[in-house]
Design a protein around this ligand. Sequence first.
Ligand SMILES: Nc1ncnc2c1ncn2[C@@H]1O[C@H](COP(=O)(O)OP(=O)(O)OP(=O)(O)O)[C@@H](O)[C@H]1O
Length: 334
Amino acid sequence: MSEFQTDVAPLHGAQSTRNTKSTGRDAARSTAMDASNFTAENDRGTALVEITDLTRSFSRRGVPFDAVSHVNLTIEPGEFVAIVGRSGNGKSTLINMIAGLVRPTSGSVRIDGHDISTLRDRELSLLRNSTIGFVTQSQTLLANLTVMDNVTLPTMLFGMSTEEQGRNHKIGRQPAVVAPYDSSIRQAAAGDTTASGTIDDPYMPDVIAPIRDAEQAVDNMQEVRNNPIEDRARTLLERLGVGELAESRPRELSGGEMRRVSIARSLMNAPKLLIADEPTGDLDQTSTDIVMRLLREQADNGMAVLVVTHDPDVLTWADKVYRMDAGALSMASV
Ligand SMILES: Nc1ncnc2c1ncn2[C@@H]1O[C@H](COP(=O)(O)OP(=O)(O)OP(=O)(O)O)[C@@H](O)[C@H]1O
């Protein structure tokens, strides 16, 4: 077993989504988020993602059209799904609806047993922060933080103590950290005006959880030095081939390096569902293989992985490949 598997994989294995009963992560999460009336347990079946007859309409020059049209899709824990399709065919709109960033026109998205259309903004934010890791197509690292601070920042935003993090780590539990939803992190970085990637949607609710003491969280970064959270971040960065960049600033990184750092950040929370929009977009073959091997391992440890890609190399790692064509989703032959 590799060093990475020793240090990182047990976090996933210990709370495999194949076991959807209450886990240490659930307990820690509810404590840290004060969400006693909200659990992310999937008590309605085994599928982590259930999309039913999902449609999203936009209009262009006054003419309505379906960017996503009557899509049905189910993703089980441990399943690696890839979606391909030409530009403008609705892939990003679909994954943004799955992540709760864009409201459907009709149809439903059920994540981990919850119909997200029935959730209030705060509940949706909690579900997303506790369940989903999201790697966006655009770069969203915070320019005024180091790579290490970017990767560990999500663990700070809900204020779990270092002691608590260490306790959970020792027993193989997932610390109560938030999935790195890029916009919320961007907002958390006071004065950061360089990050991009805002999803501009008139129907998008304010689903970003209020970030308590975000600036203080950044100030408290030193507190997490030499603790299990930082160890995990470093292990992920090393696994992704960017470990030596931990103290660098994003402006010092290439596009492919930033992409890998974003992937590390998305995995910090060991989310039940990882959504990645073109995760290998800036990467050469070697780096693509490194990233895909890591994502494949996450799926093998129970994470549901959904990747949108134009990269044929990615498809060989997936369990299922779908094609998006004019908003309609169909199974693709690879
Ligand atoms: N907010 C919006 N308002 C109007 N039209 C939109 C909006 N967002 C997306 N669209 C349109 O919906 C269609 C699908 O866009 P989407 O970004 O989902 O495609 P995509 O398959 O992800 O493309 P790419 O591969 O280039 O990222 C496109 O025609 C796009 O112009």
